[in-house]
Design a protein around this ligand. Structure first.
Ligand code: S3P
Length: 173
């Protein structure tokens, strides 16, 4: 396989992309970059504010620009937002930008990990379970379409999953 520049994590909200990504980055000695965090830094506003003021469409435009920019970098572990795979341009940039790992989580796990979080506008509803279930139905095929590896996050803690990913990708990077 040709040398790849980056490790890119995709998957739904609450799959652990940031927590696991940070851990893998230290194992690989790569810089960790979180797309949502970069969007917030760049715009000087948090994600709920961007959704409020610009709508989801405004957020998606910012997200596409950020994905395009970050996937051109080298030697980073990039955590993407759960909806980044919705746009074809983003999928193309992610697939070309490095080794892509789909972190898979059950809706149950996602709910447990996001229940106290107010930073995800799509889940500020009375029925986050049905939102997560619906989004998974739409997005799971898109995650799979561009994934080089699919990793279940159900078994093992953060450290175990991170080591598993590091050993999976170490020959490719
Ligand atoms: C979103 C996921 C979030 C964030 C935004 C929209 C989504 O990122 O980008 O709230 O559409 O699934 P995380 O996957 O890091 O929670």
């Amino acid at each position: 396989m040709t040398q790849q520049r980056n490790l890119i994590l995709i998957g739904p909200m609450g799959a652990g992309k940031s927590t696991i990504g940070r851990q893998v980055s230290s194992l690989l000695h790569y810089e960790f970059v979180d797309s949502d965090h970069e969007i917030e830094e760049r715009s000087g506003a948090d994600i709920p504010w961007i959704f409020d003021v610009e709508g989801e469409e405004g957020f998606r435009k910012r997200e596409s620009a950020m994905i395009e920019e970050l996937t051109l970098r080298s030697h980073i572990v990039l955590a993407t937002g759960g909806g980044a795979v919705m746009r074809e341009d983003n999928r193309r940039a992610i697939a070309a930008g490095g080794i892509v790992v789909y972190l898979r989580a059950t809706v149950e796990q996602q709910l447990a990990r996001t229940s106290r979080d107010q930073n995800r506008p799509l889940l500020q509803t009375s029925d986050p379970r049905s939102v997560l279930t619906k989004l998974m139905g739409i997005r799971d095929p898109l995650y799979k379409e561009i994934a080089d590896y699919v990793v279940e996050t159900e078994q093992g803690g953060v450290k175990d999953v991170a080591s598993k990913i590091a050993s999976l990708v170490s020959d490719d990077l």
